[in-house]
Write a protein that binds this ligand. Sequence first.
Ligand code: ADP
Ligand code: MG
Length: 609
Amino acid sequence: MSNNIIALLPDHVANQIAAGEVVQRPSSVVKELLENAIDAKATQIKLIVKDAGKSLIQVIDNGNGMSPFDSRMCFERHATSKITKADDLWALTTKGFRGEALASIAAVAQVELKSKQENDIVGQHIVIEGSKFISQSECQAATGTTFIIKNLFFNITARRNFLKNDQIEQKHIIDEFERVALPHCDIHFILISNGNEILNLPAGNLMQRIKQLYGNYMLKDLVPVAEDTSFLKIGGYVSLPGAAVKTRKEQFIFINNRFIKNPFLNHAVYEAYKELISYQSHPKFFLFLELDPKHLDINIHPTKTEIKFTDERSVYMLLLSVIKRALGKANVAPSLDFETSITSSLVTTDRVYAQPKVSYNPDYNPFKNSGSSFAGMDSELQKVNKQNWETLFTGFKQTFERENTTSDNAQHAIEVLKKEAVNHSVFQLNYKYIITSFDKNVVIIDQQRAHERAIYELYLRTIPENKISSQQLLFPEQIELSANDFNLIKELKSEFNLLGFDIEEFGKNSIVINGAPADMQDMNVVETLEGILETFKLNTIDAKIEKHDNLCRAIAKNTCIKYGKILDEKEMRLIVSQILYCQNPLYTPGGKPVMMEVELNEIEKFFKR
Ligand code: ADP
Ligand code: MG
């Protein structure tokens, strides 16, 4: 007699296996539930988590709700209202379609659902634990749906043990939350964690959503991108080259409002920044691509973050050129005021101050090698200009130095500037220099260097009795460090503390940053700290610099505003007055010049000819 050994897996086992794909950690549940709420046309979605989602994940929406039958059905595998035939896959506009998420979640957690449709008087209350149906009853409920997911992986100890600490799981949740909240800025999102409201994002436009999530600070670094072809629409924002950072953060590409990861498109973005930023730094981008779903290969990958295009090449080229154009507009346009013809005629003179082209920073020209019309600024010309500019600067430097050491004149000049700068006009040149005037002379201040000097002196003057105040972080950041860096931080702990950092050791080679100087709140604290350590280590090569001084230099270098940052008038005035109140306003801590001056009589001499 033959011996049959094949049997179908029981449903709850199949669901658990499927759950392994869909539900990797609390944040995967968050993603699925938020997406379902969006598909149900909710206008307000509230996410409540406890213990980074390990003990509770609750999503409350005011969407369409479900009928009594659907409330029960939705937990069945392949139960979906979003497709009915394979062809529908090619015209998907919803986030879900596999009908697998709820079945998977219910297989590995204790789940409750309350849902009511608008025309129903009572709602449905369903309880399911580990795929086991417990109860269905009527209940009071507002129109919409609430999912309550308790004790994720309660029945799979191995998976539960595999979860990371709360900080890391919480970070994953916030990442997913952002990925959903960004493209749906017309929906009001709320996030509550352990009883505290962490984010409350009223409906608005994309700009407002970015501001709600990343602060005002971020907006100044961004330029819009826009392109609309019959095949592909591109919108969103990319960061100015000067705002590039050392780690990949705030990099988002959405296709039809779905967050995706696609190395090919990422490459297109980086290509647009080529020669504008160093290869270790990373731009920020919020890019929204829209195209007919028929041009997409819907990948049935469970987490749905991978997508393929039928015509990847065109998407690549279009994206690349759109970003290049946006950056070009932002960075090259200001220097177009100085027409090439004028500039070249000035170069033939032997006078050195007649160099408006000094302001032209070739590094910022994204068209540099592309044969475009402003690519022609020939390099010889630039070299001459640079030399001239340096000669001019030497003169200025000498004057200033002489005055600085020999008389009260320099002091006087600074005093005049202190008084006058507040009233004089300021403007920004090429997102790099602040131009103002004093005593009829023109003063050109390097924004980054000036700010670096000002911060350095501020920190340098800090004494234990009057330490820099620290502000607690909303989300303490945990960082794993190399053994060396960890020791360095330990050694510098009291210095860091004095300067407003609240850092705690956290097991082997890892630390938690609980607080940072109040001024640094808008920055990425982890990146900034990593940068500070790098600079500190570089500076230790010069043994003459003592520890406190070195740390102040490192902080100044890593937290000062950068080239490429658009400054408004108030900010420019602030920098001007900060630099003027420095003890040594003329040089950065590393000895580089901070400002130059063109005297009125030099200007007049030039125009006499
Ligand atoms: P999918 O989203 O792939 O269809 P899910 O398992 O996530 O599969 O959900 C199954 C079905 O349950 C959905 O197709 C939808 O009809 C219904 N559903 C899930 N969440 C909600 C919600 N918040 N509001 C209304 N209906 C929902
Ligand atoms: Mg779904």
